[in-house]
Design a protein around this ligand. Sequence first.
Ligand SMILES: [Ca+2]
Ligand SMILES: [Ca+2]
Length: 329
Amino acid sequence: MDDKIILNLDYGDVNRRSLLALDKATGTTVWKTLTQEVTPFINYGYPGYSTPVRYHDQVILHRCGGIAAYRLSDGSPVWWFQIMTNGIGTPIINNDIIYITAWMELSEAERRGAFFSYDTFEKVLADMDKNGNGLMELDEIPEDMMVFSRPGVDDIEGTQFSVRKFFRNDKDGSVNEEEWIQKFNYLNAVVDDFGMMAIPAEKKGELSSDDILWMQMEKNPEVPSPVAFGDCILMVSDGGWVTCMDAETGIVHLQERIGAPGAYIASPVSADGKIYLASYSGKITVLKEGKQPAVISMNPLDGKILATPAISGNNLYVRTSKHLYAFKN
Ligand SMILES: [Ca+2]
Ligand SMILES: [Ca+2]
């Protein structure tokens, strides 16, 4: 970024996490901003994985609990917006609008497990207390009852969180009413619907939901950034769901399961009138750009894909866990 390199150190002690500017030539620190001090968000402890992005004289950072812009000159805050998000996806900027996916395990109804239908202990006992002692022994809770899951992810282990696991640290191995309700309330308090948002880049101070142009509530990706082309924003999420939206209004032109199935970590890329989707299991889906993107081809590569494909000149480079592929034109 001109004479600076920006680093996001978003891990460890929440209050010490920082955004740093280093001098490109010497590596010395030009400024260091304690993000939680100058833009305090409710932070539930997740490390953030998002890459800071530049917008003119600002650096925009998505982190656990929100998104904020800081001045490139001194790291002071310009605007900030608090929202429940794990701070994973890197924002994209297109025509002075920032597109960023607020994602957490409970932010879409389809990821919330049956746990959330047990808001009273009466219901719990009626359905699950097999030995009738008025307590829930852990082995009475169905093994497949989830707090949350990741629908569409059938190729990565351990992406669900079971109710048994949620109570695994119970001291005497049986859950009473107080213990159940306490845990239920704890999680139920953070249940809310949200997803990819469009934020006008020219803002000041703390933003409210009135400042957001639009938000997409369904089929949001956990890791991949969206991609912009024409008047459209496109995103791909687990299960091969592709959502193509109007960039200004968020109106959904298409939301269909047209990508290869399984998990998605790499972001989609756009080149030469086509969109390339790379699934975790190693399949490349090529779409024709348009409001209703159509599948041109779907081809398996050898190895898993976590890295976003790169475009250079007329070549497309795809790194899998086994090979680096280059495709011409
Ligand atoms: Ca029991
Ligand atoms: Ca207990």
